[in-house]
Design a protein around this ligand. Structure first.
Ligand SMILES: Cc1ncc(C[n+]2csc(CCOP(=O)(O)OP(=O)(O)O)c2C)c(N)n1
Ligand SMILES: [Mg+2]
Length: 276
């Protein structure tokens, strides 16, 4: 997909699919999935080299969902991209389904099991280092949560990535300001986040993570820069796209009732009408 409008429409459609999934399953992480949908869409439908018909293509760009709890948007994007049938999404979180509540490597398109926070970036560092050594031109993308940055393993990986000058590694922070139990700045303060990553030897760029134009520009900047690992700090709103879910901490793993789902889908349909 090439136009911003097409990507914006896709992001609303993905939000509708994932909310239906969470409702049907009676479980899920709603807020952080909604905040990161635009990031996923900008990657999978515009920036990343990948092929749903050949998920193991050696030169594909790799994507790791380090904030693995936000799996609903991820599975929706993979199904919509053709990695597996869309009908499978209705089995999410059900007995015997491969679509379990955190990314599962048995699902086509998923590179690594994640969900225990703090592991995606270290794995991404290993992949980026391996790709450099093998002369594989792929880029490794890692999406992290801001609350996730409280994990010490993230900062070990940050140090290693700059030590090895991994400019084939582009990490993105979903900076929605909330984690499971409240504001990141109350639970474990992160600011000044940009300066922290710069001090660890990374190039940084700040974008509006719920604005497609801003995301695409930020990803282009990161892709062009050379010599250092790249950090995109994407300012987002947790629960983005559904008015009564936005910035409300309990929607971290809140599940919409039938009435709430109807209301949410109505709002998203209105967003679609405005875009079309
Ligand atoms: C190692 C580990 N500790 C605790 C948890 C439980 N947990 C799941 S989500 C979450 C909060 C994450 O916040 P953030 O990274 O900001 O995610 P987002 O706001 O994007 O949903 C926590 C503590 C976990 N999954 N892994
Ligand atoms: Mg967060």
């Amino acid at each position: 997909m090439n136009t911003i409008k097409e990507l914006e429409i896709k992001a609303v459609e993905i939000r509708k699919i994932m909310l239906q999934m969470i409702h049907d399953a009676g479980a899920g992480h709603t807020g952080g999935s909604l905040s990161s949908v635009d990031i996923l869409v900008s990657l999978f439908y515009n920036k990343m080299k990948h092929d749903a018909n050949n998920p193991n293509w050696d030169e594909r760009d790799r994507f790791l969902l380090s904030k693995g709890h936000s799996v609903e948007g991820y599975y929706s994007v993979l199904a919509d991209s053709g990695y597996f049938p869309k009908e499978d999404l209705s089995t999410f979180s059900k007995f015997k389904s491969e679509l379990i509540g955190h990314p599962n490597k048995n699902v086509p398109g998923v590179e690594m099991n994640t969900g225990s926070l703090g592991h995606g970036l270290p794995i991404g560092v290993g992949m980026a280092l391996g790709a450099k050594k093998l002369g594989n031109p792929c880029t490794i993308y890692v999406l992290m949560g801001d609350g996730e940055l409280a994990e010490g393993s993230i900062w070990e990986a940050a140090m290693a990535a700059s030590n090895y000058k991994l400019d084939n590694l582009i990490a993105i922070i979903d900076r929605n300001g909330l984690q499971i139990s409240g504001c990141t700045e109350d639970v474990m303060s992160l600011e000044n986040l940009k300066e922290k990553w710069a001090a660890f030897g990374w190039d940084t760029v700040e974008v509006d993570g719920n604005n497609m134009q801003s995301l695409i520009e930020g990803l282009d900047i990161a892709k062009k820069r050379k010599g250092k690992p790249q950090m995109i700090i994407a300012k987002t709103i947790k629960g983005k796209g559904v008015s009564f879910m936005e910035n409300v901490p309990t929607w971290h793993h809140g599940v919409p009732s039938k009435e709430e789902l109807e209301q949410a889908l109505k709002e998203l349909d209105n967003s679609l009408k405005e875009l079309m």
